[in-house]
Design a protein around this ligand. Structure first.
Ligand SMILES: Nc1ncnc2c1ncn2[C@@H]1O[C@H](COP(=O)(O)OP(=O)(O)OP(=O)(O)O)[C@@H](O)[C@H]1O
Length: 577
């Protein structure tokens, strides 16, 4: 079996804005349009104010302006004032709409990305998930998605301030072309030189993002291993000094470097404009003729320009981080090829026996040369039979179970379920007939399937049978609690699998946590019940005193099947196989 894996097509390195544009083109277009409009209106505010201050002879005075009484208040240049008020209202509406629309798009995009990542995780080949690791997946689903939202939210702000900047530069060119050229040169010089620290900061942001995965992994292991660390001070300190703190230190250093570089770049950007203002006010006027009114207008525009420039410079780090996170998510999606079979319509497949013909699986890890190989294995599992997989620790029992449950694709040989060879067209259908309880199983707090009256009767029956009825009730398909002992949790997992009514039951060391009484019930009653129902039952077990209940014994050693024993058809149920 080698299910074809469909990797994401190699993507072009899309920017944040084009990513947003592809996601919601109409809304992003409106937001951009309104942001641009808002920027234009902002840029208009200064000329309006200035024109209210100017006299026709280019002097600057309030005296002599025509004053009109509006609702008892004296207003000069009433038409201009009304236009200014209208401008303010329009700025308010367009700005609010631009920002709100983009914020909503970014939230929708975040939800979609999170959902897409989660769906991709469940649709991906299991070995690939193992290789990628929980920490990397968690950071992508939570942190990276959040950073993209933060970055997307500033897009309208950048746009508004960018357009304001352009508008003011245009106004500057209208006042005095020579000053405009000078300021434009300062802007171009500022932008080019500003890119150098931005590039350095981006490099540190990328390093910080990698280190974030390691910190996440460290914290996760700390939480998982808290019991062990609490009872041993030396190990606790060792964990902090050898694992968490070195990672934290590196992350802190990278983040500090990135932020420091960017803040210094921002300060440099601000200063550059004050330098430009100073040059115009103290030097330029000595070489070029310029009226005092124009000079005031130029200085006002230059002072006003510093605000949008500061906003743009301050918002850029968020955009940088969002772009790094978007790239990271695309990398994760690229590394998680989707199995083709999920596109097929589901159709239940029935079989009588599973056959392994020289099937093998090679674990993938960083060091390919010492990867563990299980197989080649040849055997069959039949319905109405109990098969035990036995062997020492690390002999490959659980790996074989995951081959049987179709989580691990065989790297050579062939596996068939009855008439159906396991391939891309059949794998998901065949998986639907399999119930598993692995040693690292997860118990969901609900049944995750429709619960009708018949099912409820069946659940309550099994809860009583497994002595769980006083602990757990099922209300609307949800368990009243899953805070149970390890043994009880395994029993509840078995109840769930019984209700699911599958064809193959794979129980990996299920009985390991059960008390001797229930262990006996498991081997002598529960397994026999499943067998009587015609299920194929595969049990990984170290309980040699119960090996006799098996119809078939598969003995594993170092990834190979060293012995297959089958119970003779004539022997009694208690005879050893
Ligand atoms: N996810 C993995 N990635 C790489 N190698 C693995 C992985 N899981 C297991 N292995 C390798 O496969 C070998 C067999 O592991 P497996 O869990 O199948 O043994 P087992 O017989 O079930 O052991 P136990 O009785 O201790 O549960 C191990 O020695 C280990 O080196």
């Amino acid at each position: 079996m080698n299910p074809r894996l469909r990797a994401d097509r190699p993507r072009s390195r899309v920017g944040l804005l084009s990513g947003l544009g592809r996601f919601a083109p109409n809304r992003v277009f409106f937001s951009v349009l309104l942001g641009a409009l808002s920027g234009c209106l902002y840029a208009l505010a200064i000329p309006i104010i200035l024109s209210s201050l100017r006299e026709p002879d280019d002097g600057l005075t309030y005296a002599g302006a025509i004053v009109t009484r509006v609702a008892g208040i004296e207003v000069s240049h009433v038409r201009l004032a009304a236009f200014f008020m209208l401008l303010c209202v329009l700025i308010l509406i367009s700005r609010a709409l631009a920002v709100t629309i983009m914020a909503r798009v970014s939230l929708d995009l975040a939800t979609r990305l999170r959902n897409r990542l989660c769906r991709r995780i469940v649709r991906s080949a299991y070995p690939q998930l193992e290789l990628l690791g929980q920490a990397r997946l968690m950071v992508a689903v939570t942190d990276d998605v959040r950073r993209i939202v933060a970055g997307a939210e500033v897009v309208p702000q950048l746009l508004i301030n960018g357009v304001t900047l352009l508008g003011l530069l245009a106004f500057l060119s209208y006042i005095d072309t020579r000053i405009f050229v000078f300021v434009l040169e300062a802007v171009v010089f500022g932008i080019i030189t500003f890119q150098i620290p931005v590039l350095i900061a981006n490099r540190y942001f990328r390093i910080a993002r990698q280190l974030h995965d390691s910190v996440e992994k460290g914290v996760r292991n700390l939480i998982l291993g808290v019991k062990e660390l609490q009872i041993d001070r030396q190990k606790r300190e060792g964990y902090f000094s050898q694992v968490l703190e070195p990672c934290d230190r590196k992350l802190l250093a990278a983040e500090k470097r990135a932020m420091t570089t960017l803040f210094m770049a921002n300060s440099y950007g601000d200063l550059l404009f004050f330098f430009a203002i100073g040059t115009v006010a103290f030097v330029f006027v000595n070489y070029h003729e310029i009226s005092s009114g124009d000079l005031v207008a130029v200085v006002m525009v230059l002072l006003y320009i510093t605000a949008p420039i500061t906003v743009i410079l301050n918002m850029l780090p968020r955009m940088s981080m969002a772009s790094v996170s978007l790239k990271k998510i695309e990398e994760v999606l690229g590394e998680l090829p989707e199995e083709d079979e999920f596109e097929q319509p589901l159709c239940e497949r029935h079989w009588q026996a599973i056959s392994f013909d020289d099937a093998s699986y090679r674990h993938r890890n960083d060091k390919a040369h010492d990867a563990f190989v299980v197989g080649p294995l040849s055997f069959s599992i039949r319905k109405g039979e109990i098969t035990f997989i036995v062997g020492g620790n690390g002999s490959g029992k659980s790996t074989l179970c995951k081959m049987l449950s179709l989580h691990y694709p065989s790297t050579s040989g062939c596996i068939t379920f009855g008439e159906h060879a396991v391939d891309t067209s059949s794998i998901d259908d065949l998986r639907q007939g399999i119930a598993t309880i692995f040693s690292d199983f997860h118990l969901f707090d609900r049944l995750l399937c429709p619960v009708d009256e018949e099912k409820l009767v069946s659940i309550n029956h099994y809860l009583r049978e497994f002595e769980l009825d006083s602990k757990v009730q099922v209300l609307d398909g949800v368990f009243s609690t899953t805070d149970l002992s390890d043994g009880q949790r395994k029993r509840l997992a078995l109840v769930v699998s019984f209700v699911d009514n599958k064809q193959l039951y794979l129980l990996d060391e299920w009985a390991a946590d059960q008390d001797p009484v229930f262990k006996k019930v498991f081997y002598t009653e529960i397994l026999q019940d499943l067998k009587a129902q015609g299920k194929a039952v595969v049990v990984v077990s170290h309980d040699d005193r119960y090996f006799h209940v098996a119809d078939q014994l598969l003995i594993m050693e170092d990834g190979k099947l060293v012995e297959k024993r089958r119970k003779p058809a004539t022997t009694t149920a208690t005879a050893n196989v």
